[in-house]
Design a binder for this molecule. Structure first.
Ligand SMILES: Nc1nc2c(ncn2[C@@H]2O[C@H](COP(=O)(O)OP(=O)(O)OP(=O)(O)O)[C@@H](O)[C@H]2O)c(=O)[nH]1
Length: 749
C-alpha cells in the first residue's frame, strides 16, 4: 500500500483518539496518565449572594427514555404549562403541525425525535434548561451529549411497557455521567397500566431503589389524578388542558392504599438515608419536611429515584412532575464536575460552578439551522458575554462572541451574557462537538464524551460527481455527529459512510438531498465487521531497499497478542514499546506506532478494521545512514500484517440486543422469526396480554426484520435493537465472507 494512501488514515485515527482515547503507548504523546488532585486552577474568590441565589433557582434537566414512551409529549406539556408556548401540538396525526420540540421536518414526518432541541422555561421562580433527547438507539450520541451537560434527568417510562431495552441503555448512560434522576410513569390512561409493576422493574432491572411519591386515582380510561403521599392530598388536573390543579381529600376507597404506599416510601428511604433510617428504627413517623429533604438527598446522591405518574396525552401529572424536578433534582452547585488542567500534566481539577471564576464552557452540540451554524455551549464556570473573546482550547484560536442566544426549540432569544450553569448557543464558531472554550486565563479542558463504535456502513455516490456540496455536507455532518464517520475505501475508491444504524444513515442521506441539493445513490448497507487475532504471534521483520539513491533499512522484533475481551471496550488497540538499549533509536518509535496503526486499518480476511490486538515492540536494528522514519513505519506495518496472518485471526460482527413486543397470541411467531435469524433468546416476559422477547441476534441477520415482524404479527408487533458487542461469526459465515471479499478483489483487478 502506498504511503500517500496511508497518510489521511493516520490523521483520522489520531482525531478519533482525541475523542475517545483508544491508543496507548508506554511512553509518549498518546499516554493518558491522569492524576486526581484536590487543588483547583480557579480563583478562590467567594461567589456573590446574587449568583448563589440565581444558581439555586436554575435546573438543567434532560428528558430521556425508551423510544415512544412520550418524552416529546411530556416536554410539549412542560412548555405549555410554563407559558413558553400558547398551544399544544401533538406529536402524531395527519393534520398536525408537529410538536414544538420535534422541529426538523424529517422528525415531523417520521414522528420521532432525531436531534435534541434545547429550550428553557420558568416554573415558579426557577429557570429550567430542558433538553429533549431522542429515544431511538441510532441517535444515542445525542443522549450521551445531553447527559454530559445536564445536572439531572427525568426518566420517562410507559405504564404498560415499563423498563425496555433503551431504558436500560439510557440508565447506563446516566450512571456514566452521574446524573440523578426522577422517574415518570407516563401513559397511565393506557389499558393495562400498572405502576406497581413498573416500580418493581426499576428496582430489579435498573437495580435502583425506587418508590412512588403518588398513588393513582382511577386507572386506564378512568385515570383522574393522583394522591400525593407527602401532603396526603388528592390532586386533580381540571380545565380544558389540565391547567387547573384542584386539591381534595383522599378518596375514602384509597385511604388504606395511600397508607401502605407511604409506609413503603419510608421503608425504601430508610435503606438509603441515615436520618430516615434512624427514625425508622426508633419507630417514629417522619414529617413531610423530613421526607422531602431525605428524597432530595438520596436522589442527588443517586441512591434513590422518586417515582411520579401521569398521562401526558390527557394533560395529567405534568405540573406535579415539574414541582418534583425543582424539589428533588440538584442545581449545578450540587453536582461535581471536573476538568483537566493542561498546564499541569492533565491533573483532574474541580470546576468551581460560579460566575466570578474564569470562564470555561463545553460545546456539546453543533447544528446547522436556518439561522446558520449554531454551537450549543454549557457554561461550567465564569460568565460568557456578548462582545468578549473566548479561546478554543484545542486550536488556541481566539473567537469573538458576536451573538449569544438562548434556544427555545428552533426559535431563539438574544441575550447579553450568561452565567455559570447556563446553556446557551453561539453563532459562527468553528469547532467540533466536545471542544472546550475558556477566557484564556486558564488552560483547561473538560473531559471528552464517550463515543460508541459504528455498526453499519454503506457506500454513497453523488449523482452529480462535480457537486462541491457533497463533501461540504459530509464535513459538516461529521463535525456535528462523532458517530457519523466517512472514509474512502482504498480498493473501490467509493465514499463509505458509517453510523449507528440504517435509520441514522438514511437521515443523513435525506438531509444531504434536502439541505444540500445533492442526490445520492446508496449501496447495500453493510455491517461493520472487524477482524481480530486469537493467539500470540511473533515477528522479526527487516525492511531493506538498496536500489539506487538513498537506501532504506529498519528491523523490528516483537510480538502481537489479543487484548483481553473485557478490556477491549476501553482499549481496542494498544502499542507497547519495550525496546531497551537503543537498538531502535527513540526518535523512530513513534514511526513504528504509526506503522502499527496503518496496519489496523483493514484486515486481509474481509477488508475491515482490526481491533483487539496489542503490538509489543521488543527489539530491532537501525542503520546510521539508511534508517529513517519512513523505513521504520513500513517495517512495523509489514511486521504487523505478517504476524496478524499467523495469529489465527477471526472475523467479528456486531451482535445486537433485540427486544420484540407483540400481543401474546403471536409469541410463537416472534420466537420463530428470531430463531430463523440465529437469535439467542435471552428472556421472555408476559405482561397482561402482551409478550416481550429479548434476544441477541447478529446485526447482519436483522436486515428486513421490520417487514417480517409486521407480517408475523399482523402489524401489531414492535421491536427495538441496540448494539451489544462485536462477537466472532460462525466458521461457515467467516468462510463465505472471505470468499465474497476475494471475489470482490478479483473483480477489481
Ligand atoms: N395513551 C397515551 N399515549 C401517549 C401518551 N404520551 C404520549 N403518547 C403517545 O405515544 C407516542 C409517542 O410519543 P412521543 O412523545 O413522540 O414519544 P417520544 O418518547 O418523544 O418518542 P421518540 O422521540 O421517537 O423517542 C405518540 O403517539 C403519543 O401520542 C400518554 O400519556 N398516553
Amino acid at each position: 500500500m502506498a504511503l500517500s494512501m496511508l497518510l489521511p488514515r493516520i490523521a483520522r485515527a489520531t482525531t478519533r483518539a482525541n475523542v475517545a482515547p483508544a491508543f496507548r503507548c508506554a511512553a509518549g504523546p498518546l499516554s493518558f496518565a491522569r492524576r486526581w488532585a484536590s487543588s483547583s486552577s480557579s480563583s478562590s474568590a467567594q461567589p456573590t449572594a446574587e449568583d448563589i441565589s440565581r444558581l439555586k433557582h436554575l435546573r438543567n434537566i434532560g428528558i430521556s427514555a425508551h423510544i415512544d414512551s412520550g418524552k416529546t409529549t411530556v416536554t410539549e406539556r412542560i412548555l405549555y404549562y410554563t407559558g413558553r408556548i400558547k398551544e399544544i401540538h401533538e406529536v402524531r396525526g395527519k393534520d398536525n403541525v408537529g410538536a414544538t420540540m420535534d422541529w426538523m421536518d424529517l422528525e415531523r414526518e417520521k414522528g420521532i425525535t432525531i436531534q435534541s432541541a434545547a429550550t428553557y422555561a420558568q416554573w415558579g421562580d426557577t429557570n429550567l434548561n430542558i433538553i429533549d433527547t431522542p429515544g431511538h438507539v441510532d441517535f444515542t450520541i445525542e443522549v450521551e451529549r445531553a447527559l454530559r451537560v445536564l445536572d439531572g434527568a427525568v426518566l420517562v417510562l410507559c405504564s404498560v411497557s415499563g423498563v425496555q431495552s433503551q431504558t436500560i441503555t439510557v440508565d447506563r448512560q446516566m450512571r456514566r455521567y452521574n446524573v440523578p434522576r426522577i422517574s415518570f410513569i407516563n401513559k397511565m390512561d393506557r389499558a393495562g397500566a400498572n405502576p406497581t409493576r413498573i416500580i418493581e422493574q426499576i428496582r430489579t432491572k435498573l437495580k435502583l431503589p425506587a418508590a412512588a411519591l403518588q398513588v393513582p386515582i382511577g386507572a386506564e380510561d378512568a385515570f383522574e389524578g393522583v394522591v400525593d403521599l407527602l401532603t396526603q392530598k388528592a390532586v386533580y388536573y381540571k380545565g380544558a388542558r389540565g391547567e387547573d390543579i384542584v386539591y381534595a381529600d383522599v378518596p375514602s376507597h384509597l385511604v388504606d392504599t395511600v397508607q401502605a404506599a407511604r409506609d413503603e416510601l419510608v421503608a425504601t428511604l430508610a435503606e438509603v438515608d441515615d436520618e430516615i433510617g434512624e427514625l425508622f428504627i426508633e419507630e417514629k413517623t417522619p414529617t413531610e419536611d423530613q421526607l422531602r429533604d431525605a428524597i432530595r438527598r438520596a436522589t442527588i446522591a443517586r441512591k434513590f429515584t422518586p417515582v411520579l405518574m401521569g398521562s401526558a396525552i390527557k394533560d395529567k401529572g405534568i405540573q406535579t412532575l415539574l414541582d418534583a424536578v425543582i424539589r428533588y433534582l440538584p442545581d449545578s452547585t450540587e453536582v461535581k464536575n471536573t476538568m483537566l488542567d493542561l498546564d499541569n500534566n492533565e491533573q483532574v481539577v474541580d470546576v468551581v460552578p460560579y460566575s466570578n471564576q474564569p470562564f470555561v464552557g463545553l460545546a456539546f452540540k453543533l447544528e446547522e439551522g436556518k439561522y446558520g451554524q449554531l454551537t450549543y455551549i454549557r457554561v461550567y464556570q465564569g460568565r460568557l458575554e456578548k462582545g468578549q473573546f473566548a479561546y478554543h482550547v484545542k486550536t488556541g484560536k481566539k473567537v469573538k462572541i458576536s451573538r449569544l442566544v438562548r434556544m427555545h426549540s428552533n426559535s431563539m432569544e438574544d441575550v447579553d451574557s450568561v452565567g455559570a450553569g447556563e446553556i446557551c448557543a453561539l453563532f459562527g464558531i468553528d469547532c467540533a462537538s466536545g471542544d472546550t472554550f475558556t477566557d484564556g486565563t486558564i488552560n483547561c479542558s473538560m473531559s471528552t464524551m464517550f463515543v460508541p463504535e459504528s455498526v453499519i456502513s454503506l457506500s454513497l455516490t453523488p449523482k452529480d460527481k462535480n457537486s462541491p456540496n457533497f463533501s461540504k455536507a459530509l464535513n459538516r455532518f461529521q463535525r456535528e455527529d462523532p458517530t457519523f464517520r466517512v472514509h474512502v475505501d482504498s480498493e473501490s475508491k467509493q465514499t463509505i459512510i458509517s453510523g449507528m444504524g440504517e435509520l441514522h444513515l438514511d437521515i443523513y442521506v435525506e438531509r444531504m438531498r434536502r439541505e444540500y441539493n445533492v442526490d445520492c445513490v446508496t449501496g447495500k448497507p453493510q455491517v461493520a465487521f472487524r477482524e481480530t487475532a486469537t493467539k500470540r504471534s511473533e515477528f522479526t521483520y527487516t525492511h531493506k531497499k538498496q536500489s539506487g539513491g538513498a537506501g532504506q533499512f529498519a528491523r523490528v522484533i516483537g510480538y502481537i497478542e489479543p487484548i483481553d475481551p473485557e478490556q477491549q471496550a476501553e482499549l481496542p488497540h494498544e502499542f507497547v514499546n519495550n525496546v531497551v538499549g537503543g537498538n531502535i533509536p527513540t526518535n523512530y518509535i513513534p514511526a513504528c506506532e504509526k506503522g502499527y496503526m496503518d496496519g489496523l486499518q483493514d484486515g486481509f480476511m474481509v477488508g475491515h478494521p482490526i481491533v483487539g490486538v496489542r503490538m509489543v515492540l521488543q527489539d530491532g536494528a537501525a542503520h546510521s545512514v539508511d534508517s529513517s522514519e519512513l523505513a521504520f513505519r513500513l517495517a512495523a506495518f509489514h511486521a504487523f500484517r505478517e504476524s496478524f496472518k499467523a495469529s489465527n485471526p477471526r472475523v467479528l460482527e456486531p451482535l445486537m440486543t433485540v427486544e420484540v413486543s407483540a400481543p401474546l397470541e403471536f409469541q410463537g411467531n416472534v420466537l420463530g422469526s428470531l430463531n430463523k435469524r440465529k437469535g439467542l433468546i435471552i428472556d421472555t416476559e408476559t405482561q397482561e396480554d402482551y409478550c416481550v422477547v429479548s434476544a441477541e441476534v447478529p446485526l447482519n441477520n436483522m436486515f428486513g426484520y421490520s417487514t417480517e415482524l409486521r407480517s408475523a404479527t399482523q402489524g401489531k408487533g414492535e421491536f427495538s435493537m441496540e448494539y451489544k458487542r462485536h462477537s466472532p461469526v460462525l466458521p461457515n459465515v467467516q468462510e463465505d465472507l472471505i470468499k465474497e471479499y476475494q471475489k470482490k478483489l478479483a473483480e477489481k483487478k
